[in-house]
Design a protein around this ligand. Structure first.
Ligand code: BEZ
Length: 219
């Protein structure tokens, strides 16, 4: 039997691999050109397709909000740069929306293959992948959506904000934050890992607790 080497894709906690990429805004070095910034690197199946067009409009409408979070957007598909340029022109002419962020022209599929963005069961184009990369070039979140369902850009904005708060205050972020069913916009204190702290926690005036392992506070 053939002994195929298993391909290893980068995962959460890994550094984004170093690559030089061609974009609609010229060449970029990944991840170095984005050091010190958050980066949403996202792939779409193809230019001039309906769901992808709605996604680009949705990202463009929120571009300023991403920038306010020190977060850049970078698209990618297995298309030539000429196709990206024509598509971006079409979106501006027909829909009145300017796409101001760069798009990687990965016409050889090299970047997509390295990041595992091509699902073997879904043809030769990229799935709707999202890699959220932090200012130290570490991959913090990976989302994969199929071609048939567009992503929710408000959720992507939410997770950027959530990671920034989690990192700054060393807290965890509850479901549906900032509209959580139990604690609204408050955040979770990491549970204690020793008996002494567990006992003290319920007496603490700093937090509100459902129990010693489920405490939350305002930030
Ligand atoms: C779309 O964006 O509409 C799409 C792209 C690839 C396959 C199916 C749908």
């Amino acid at each position: 039997m053939e002994n195929k080497m298993e391909e290893k894709f980068p995962l959460i906690g890994d550094k984004l691999p170093e690559m030089e990429v061609q974009t609609t805004h010229g060449k970029r070095k990944l991840p170095d050109d984005y050091l010190g910034k958050w980066l949403v690197l996202f792939s779409h199946p193809a230019d001039f397709t309906p769901v992808c067009t709605t996604e680009f409009v949705a990202f463009a409408k929120r571009h300023e909000q991403f920038k306010k979070l020190n977060c850049e957007l970078l698209g990618l598909s297995i298309d030539q740069v000429f196709s990206h340029i024509k598509w971006v022109e079409w979106i501006e002419e027909k829909l009145g929306v300017e796409i101001k962020f760069p798009i990687i022209a990965d016409d050889t599929g090299k970047v997509a293959k390295k990041l595992g963005m091509i699902h073997p069961g879904a043809g030769t184009s990229t799935v709707r992948a999202v890699f959220l990369i932090d200012p130290n070039s570490v991959i913090r979140l990976i989302l994969f959506y199929p071609a048939s369902v567009g992503r929710n850009m408000d959720e992507i904005l939410r997770v950027v904000k959530a990671f920034q708060i989690s990192d700054e205050y060393k807290v965890a972020i509850p479901a549906n934050w900032p509209n959580n069913e139990l604690m609204k916009d408050e955040v979770i204190i990491p549970p204690p890992t020793d008996v002494e702290t567990a006992k003290k926690r319920l007496k603490s005036k700093e937090f509100e607790c459902y129990d010693w392992w489920l405490c939350h506070k305002k930030i």
